[in-house]
Design a protein around this ligand. Sequence first.
Ligand code: IMP
Ligand code: MG
Length: 174
Amino acid sequence: MREKVRVLISEEEVEAKIREIAAVISHEYEGKSVHLVCVLKGGVFFTCELAKRITVPVSLDFMSVSSYGDDTKSSGVVKIVKDLDEPLEGKDVLVVEDIIDSGRTLSYLLENLKSRNPASLRLCTLLDKPERRVRPVKVDYCCFEIPDEFVVGYGLDYAQKYRNLPFVGAVELD
Ligand code: IMP
Ligand code: MG
């Protein structure tokens, strides 16, 4: 089966929105440092673009998680494949994700990170598919709400392909 990718959010639109969100974050964290926790692999492109535009001091750490279950239905049980290098105690932590879908991954992850006693814990996502939510997740910063379509690009993959596309595209199977 061959798939096509249709542009959903252009490179220019994504960049403009990231600038806007970075300005809001810079304002709200004024006088503090922000510790970005990037959720690999999908969050990596967004994290870099966002971090470059935040004007308060930034530190970075990375985490990789996978959900048990098949590819289309995650069970809600999340396995930490790569944990953070540093403790979160006392830090103003901002989790950076590519997309919130069912919310299962993030509701687990946020509980886990909260137990490490950060000074504050917030969530920033490039994309949100609110229609698909089965677990409530408080999203503090969201670049784009999108309809229930499978998307790729800007870090997001379809069978590990298309992460490097500089725009967000919808996958169409023919
Ligand atoms: P959740 O636990 O259902 O919220 O799963 C979120 C994860 O599923 C994301 O971090 C992505 O890795 C993946 N995902 C959800 N929707 C899409 C999509 O449209 N394209 C690519 N990956 C997706
Ligand atoms: Mg992800």
